[in-house]
Design a protein around this ligand. Structure first.
Ligand code: PGA
Length: 252
């Protein structure tokens, strides 16, 4: 199965409007349309930037994503952003379940299942993040933890729905820490992920789903990680805030 590579930049809570616009321009200058034919690239920008970015990207193959959405359709949720609002920008993708959302905002697998439903209901794709903490890696419960994150967050979806999801394995201990999972450690979880997807959805669908790795991906380690058989690209935090590094990761 030939899965198209996918590199996503998660900007998190970084860049003012002007800084963000400049960074987007720099990335667009560096990343060619032929790069984008072999690798999908998506920018997960802050909410405030989305409309301007959508206008700027118009006509480019580069895609736009949001970093979160609310799990309800609409209503009295002051300060929140709905999937319907994001679809009206429009954005192509929404991150669901980033570990920082799980850790600082108490988002559970059950809540994330509802967010995935909202994203798909409004015609966007979900990038569903999962991954274990350092404690869970050390006490060897990590396989069980990631299995539960995937099954509770996603396994209510039908076969037609799951193909609109990209998975992103991000071990919490590797995010923003400079510590990357080794290619072997990442491949172990990616292969496990694909095997439980195969059990649930069958060979054809599991072979088509993309599983990204995230956690301190940089130009120096991207190629080794992306060479693993079940790693289909990366979700990039820190290195996505520098056009040169982001470009080098896309080229990898
Ligand atoms: P990092 O972040 O690349 O800065 O480790 C990855 C992420 O949180 O998506």
């Amino acid at each position: 199965m030939n899965r198209k590579r996918f590199v996503a930049g998660n900007w998190k809570m970084n860049t003012s409007m002007n800084e963000g616009f400049q960074l987007l321009k720099d990335i667009m200058d560096r990343v060619s349309e032929s790069d984008l034919e072999t690798c999908d690239v998506s920018i997960f920008a802050p909410f405030t930037h989305l409309k301007v970015f959508q206008n700027t990207l118009n006509g480019s193959l580069m895609q736009l994503g949001a970093q979160n959405c609310h799990h309800e359709e609409a209503g009295a949720y002051t300060g929140e952003i709905s999937a319907d609002m994001l679809a009206s920008v429009p954005v192509a993708q929404v991150l669901v379940g980033h570990s920082e959302r799980r850790q600082y905002f108490g988002e559970t697998n059950e809540l994330l299942a509802k967010k995935v439903d909202q994203v798909l209901k409004h015609g966007m794709q979900a990038v569903y993040c999962y991954g274990e903490t350092l404690d869970q890696r050390e006490d060897e419960s990590y396989i069980e933890v990631v299995t539960n994150q995937i099954s509770t967050g996603l396994f209510h979806l039908s076969a037609e729905e799951i193909v609109k999801v990209t998975l992103a394995y991000e071990p919490v201990w590797a995010i923003g820490t400079g510590k990357t999972a080794s290619a072997g450690q990442a491949q172990e979880i990616h292969a496990h992920t694909r095997s439980i997807l195969r059990e649930k959805y069958g060979e054809e669908i599991s072979a088509q789903l993309r599983i990204l790795y995230g956690g301190s991906v940089k130009p120096s380690n991207a190629l080794e990680l992306f060479s693993m058989p079940d790693i289909d690209g990366g979700l990039i935090g820190g290195a996505a805030l520098n056009a040169q590094s982001f470009e080098a990761i896309i080229k990898a």
